[in-house]
Design a protein around this ligand. Structure first.
Ligand code: SF4
Ligand code: SF4
Length: 471
């Protein structure tokens, strides 16, 4: 029944295969010889399949876990260097006809304020985001064919790309909206989206149906097969994710990797990103009623093992997580974080963070300038790079850049140039001073002489007011 090449959800995310995988992990959790060989495979950047990775997840030997963490750090450094890509979510509308039991936007919530941005409000939100320094957005909207039809989403994307405020610009719009048709994915692609993101929430079909009792999202197969339709519609960068806390994490982890293996087997390219949200408090949602919540230790182990299993897939963490947790998992493999997020509709235009339409509580409430400074104090380069998508390096072309070892000659200078823009246009004095020093130090870490020279020239031009250089 299990078939990673099948286009049927129940065959590529096969329940029996997941159960067998969990049993295999449990049986081998003390099998040092096997564990060592799996760790060695990961060290060679060969990735791990769901069975191998599940053995490591089941393993509880402290010395082996330490080894996994140290390899995750090694891989992170080798493939992503010390760069962290920044983005912000933009909530367009919280009208939703689904019944997701963990989200306050569920259709039966009658007391939450419902809002949908007009195009004028989109301009205001985008202007506020540009004024912070953001260049990359993730659009969020509930599912509602009357209030948020695809035409509305497309119009918003067009508006967002059209806003040019001072030196600001949104250069990449990723989209996180409900599963839809091949035709609608094609239209999103034509509108110039970067990644299409859709969280699976849970891979456990029975739980999925209970957690989504009403609305179109109830259809597990339609939801799970969405990425195949997105790829058929021409979107070759897709982002997976589960909401940890809904089901047993070992089950979700195996399912997530099977999904990645399926995309690779069918489309020749795995997921562009994996997000790792944990369930949080919001409006009428109490996370303690979901009894599968995971603690920070397990969360860190999951992040490290995702890094080992799919080394070339970016990993995203949001402001759901606290500064402390973010510090830990950035080291272990997270490559993209959001900063200064407002998880409500219209939140960026307000001086104070509004909470009446929030999708979840924000644990990390610092400003973007503070987040940028914090990253640099830890030795990370905050990057506002959007180059690949704009150079057409998506899907397998992006993967070949990753695998060619040229990342350091591409992502690294792009990170420095976009950081320079941020420092010139948006940073506080303290952040600017720290950033200028970091750029000077990090220039030396561009391997190719020619690239280093061109980067230096571009940095000077940015100093003189010219913007938007990229490799
Ligand atoms: S998770 Fe998405 S689909 Fe579900 S209620 Fe919330 S906004 Fe709607
Ligand atoms: S060059 Fe491409 S892979 Fe590197 S940070 Fe920029 S967009 Fe990402």
């Amino acid at each position: 029944m299990y078939n990673p090449k099948s286009l049927k959800a129940e065959e590529f995310i096969c329940h029996e295969e997941i159960l067998e995988t969990l049993a295999y992990g449990e049986k081998n959790k003390d099998n040092v010889e096997l564990i060592d060989s799996i760790i060695q495979k990961a060290r060679l950047l060969k990735g791990l399949n769901h069975r191998e990775a599940s053995v490591l997840l089941a393993c509880e030997m402290p010395d082996k876990i330490e080894e996994m963490y140290s390899i995750a750090e090694e891989i992170k450094k080798k493939l992503y260097g010390n760069r962290i890509v920044m983005f912000a979510p933009l909530y367009l509308s919280n009208y939703c006809i689904n019944g997701c039991t963990y989200c306050p936007y569920h259709g039966k919530n009658k007391h939450i304020t419902r809002k949908k941005l007009t195009q004028e409000e989109v301009v205001k939100e985008v202007t506020a985001l540009q004024d912070m320094g953001h260049k990359r957005l993730a659009l969020e909207a509930g599912e509602d064919p009357v209030h948020n039809p695809i035409e509305y989403i497309l119009e918003c994307i067009q508006t967002i790309y059209s806003v040019k405020h001072k030196n600001g610009a949104i250069r990449r719009v990723n989209v996180n909206i409900a599963a839809t048709t091949v035709e609608n994915y094609r239209r999103l692609k034509e509108a110039g989206i970067g990644t299409y993101i859709l969280f699976q929430e849970t891979y456990h079909k029975e739980s999925y149906e209970l957690l989504h009792p009403t609305g179109p999202k109830h259809d597990y197969n339609y939801h799970t097969e969405a990425m195949d339709r997105a790829m058929e519609g021409g979107i070759d960068d897709v982002g997976l994710g589960v909401l940890f806390g809904l089901e047993r994490y070992k089950y979700e982890f195996a399912g997530l990797l099977m999904h990645a293996e399926h995309l690779e087997a069918v489309h020749g390219v795995g997921p562009h990103t994996i997000s790792v949200p944990r369930i949080k408090h919001a409006d009428d949602i109490d996370p303690s009623v979901f009894d599968n919540s995971i603690d920070d230790e397990v969360f860190a182990k999951l992040c490290a093992l995702i890094r080992l299993a799919v080394p070339y897939t970016g990993m995203i963490i949001s402001t759901r997580e606290s500064q402390r947790v973010r510090e830990k998992v950035i080291r272990l493999g997270v490559s993209q974080i959001s900063g200064a997020s407002r998880t409500s509709v219209g939140g960026y235009q307000e001086k104070e963070r509004p909470t009446d339409t929030e999708q979840f509580d924000v644990s990390d409430q610092r400003s973007l300038d503070e987040v940028v400074r914090w990253l640099m104090e830890m030795g990370y380069i905050p990057s506002f790079c959007t180059a690949c998508y704009r150079e057409g390096r998506t899907g397998d072309r992006f993967m070949s850049l990753c695998k060619s070892g040229q990342i350091q000659n591409c992502c690294h200078p792009n990170a420095l140039m976009t950081l320079k823009e941020f420092l010139m246009d948006y940073a506080s004095e303290e952040t600017r001073a720290l950033g200028e020093k970091m750029i000077q130090d990090e220039l030396a870490n561009i391997p190719k002489d020619k690239v280093r020279e061109v980067c230096r020239e571009h940095l000077e031009k940015i100093e003189r007011g010219i913007r938007d250089f990229r490799f």
